[in-house]
Design a protein around this ligand. Structure first.
Ligand code: NAD
Ligand code: 6OD
Length: 488
């Protein structure tokens, strides 16, 4: 793919940066230049927020629900029509295998718009009749009104999927958005501007500002008094900074944050299905999935057999160019993130891990040696308070520990400041339901992983986030409920 320019998208215009600042986006596959990203200045962010506000006071604000949802279905259709463009853009930014981006990332980009258009069309509002002293009575009903200008701050691991997961409900509810994609993945958010133009979404409804977090577009946006609410996906530490910024002006936040998710395999599980499912949960997207499993607990009677089977799965993953059909593992997002992951690989050894497989950098062909490659890695033998058992690493790795009882494994799984997800493998239905209640997480999978109807609530407990998005739950964040009381 030829190097390109990633422009800000403000008020339906593609713009460079008013201060002329830009930075390079490099490929995690081979270090080649993907493109130059124009970094939005404070002035550019102001313009984007102003355009978003004007849209609410213009045709977008007065558009009928059916017209708005029709536009969103057209956005979904246009993403599908331009599927290959989105695919190429996502792959160029992330280096993820084409097989993953074409089955996970891009289809979900389109599905998010369809789903939330359906949701807002089908939601009804509460209604109460009440008595009054004069005997005539009153009726109360609630209307949902858009919150206003929504700041959307996104991570790099599933760029289109996670950005549209927030943009689609925000727009379906009648808000306007200013999106700040990750500095690592500017492409698909930029491309979505073309889709908005093509289908005729009014100016100012969808805006994109590029840049970094602190002292850059991210902070300019979250501190902007013209932003009414902020929805964020990313690290727990960043979520803390964003929540503090949102305190000025008492603005709402929706935070989808980090995880250190447990996988639990009981001896009665379908062994092969559990190995398949856990291998996906640990290695998909090179471990860069917030819901991924980095702590694995396996019942002692099958522990050795399971470790051997997962090792085989890890070693069967071929790292390689995203377009090669046999590529099973992409690079990490950047050399910087690789340094972080490799520092955890070293720390595991320093703290006494038995390295079952991996632990370093794979040998790659000459053309790819500048990429951010790491080996899929499995450890055993660490204490429960070892660094790699506690910290979110966000790499293709896990620690496996044996357990002896249900109570013990529940205690181990819950012993973390995070509470995002868990995956449990058992054929004992009663036990499955018991664990789903006892595990302190936002989503508990039974004999599955990363499978979810988009109408269901999604989010984390403890330090994995605040709030739930998905289906009607998204409406709680993206709208204000106004009560109308009519005296009869
Ligand atoms: P990150 O927190 O470093 O960055 C996310 C976004 O925030 C980027 O756009 C960044 O530029 C911006 N940002 C950084 N500092 C900011 C600040 N002070 N003010 C405003 N914006 C700021 O996260 P990341 O490295 O891009 O993504 C990986 C992390 O995201 C992992 O912790 C992962 O678990 C988490 N994540 C969570 C979910 C979820 O649904 N819970 C989903 C995906 C990723
Ligand atoms: O499936 C989703 O809607 C979702 N938010 C997934 C998050 C994945 C984290 O990396």
């Amino acid at each position: 793919m030829a190097a390109t320019e990633f422009l800000n998208f403000i008020d339906n215009h593609y713009l460079r940066s008013s201060e002329g600042k830009s930075f390079e986006k490099r490929s995690p596959v081979d270090g080649g230049l993907v493109g130059r990203v124009w970094e939005a200045s404070q002035h550019d962010v102001d313009s984007a927020v102003k355009a978003a506000r004007a849209a609410l006071n213009g045709p977008w604000g007065s558009m009928a629900l059916t017209e708005r949802t029709t536009l969103l279905y057209e956005v979904a259709d246009e993403i599908n029509r331009r599927f290959d463009d989105f695919l190429d853009a996502e792959i160029a930014d992330t280096g993820k295998p084409r097989s993953i981006a074409s089955h996970v990332d891009i289809p979900r980009g389109a599905a998010n718009f369809k789903t939330f258009a359906d949701v807002v069309k089908n939601v009804s509002s509460e209604f109460f009749e009440m008595a009054t002293p004069d005997g005539r009575g009153a009726i109360n009903y609630a209307v949902r009104v858009p919150k206003g200008v929504i700041g959307v701050i996104c991570p790099w691991n599933l760029p289109l999927l996670l950005m549209t997961w927030k943009v689609a409900p925000a727009l379906a509810c009648g808000n306007s958005v200013v999106v700040k994609p990750s500095e690592e993945t500017p492409a698909t958010a930029t491309l979505l501007g073309e889709v908005m133009l093509k289908v005729g979404v009014p100016a100012g409804v969808y805006n994109v500002v590029h840049g970094f977090g602190p002292d850059s577009a991210g902070e300019f946006l979250t501190r902007h008094p013209g932003v009414d609410a902020i929805t964020f996906t990313g690290e727990t530490r960043t979520g803390t900074a964003i929540m503090k910024a949102a305190a000025d002006g008492i603005r709402g936040v929706s935070l989808e944050l980090g995880g250190k998710n447990a996988g639990i395999v009981f001896s009665d599980a379908d062994f092969d299905a559990a190995v398949d499912g856990i291998a996906r949960a640990v290695f998909l997207n090179t471990g860069q999935v917030c819901l991924g499993t980095e702590r694995l607990y396996v019942e002692r009677s099958i522990f050795e057999r399971f470790v051997v089977a997962l090792k085989e799965r890890a070693e069967s993953l071929t790292p390689g160019h995203p377009n090669e059909p046999d590529t099973g593992l992409g690079p990490l997002i950047s050399l910087e993130h690789r340094d972080k992951v490799l520092s955890y690989y070293r720390r595991a050894v320093e703290e006494g891990a038995n390295v079952v497989t991996g632990g370093g950098v794979p040998v790659m062909p000459d053309t790819l040696t500048a990429g951010a490659w790491v080996q899929p890695t499995i450890w055993t033998g660490l204490a429960d308070d070892a660094t790699v058992v506690r910290d979110e690493i966000f790499g293709p790795c896990c620690h496996i520990r044996p357990f002896d009882s249900e109570d013990e494994v529940v205690r181990l799984a819950n012993d973390t400041p995070y509470g995002l997800a868990a995956t449990v493998w058992t054929q004992d239905i009663a036990r499955a339901h018991r664990l789903a209640r006892k595990l302190d997480v936002g989503i508990c999978w039974i004999n599955a992983w990363f499978l979810r109807d988009l109408r269901t609530p999604f989010g984390g407990s403890k330090q994995s986030g605040i709030g739930r998005e998905g289906g009607v739950h998204s409406l709680e964040f993206y709208t204000e409920l106004r009560n109308v009381c009519v005296k009869l």
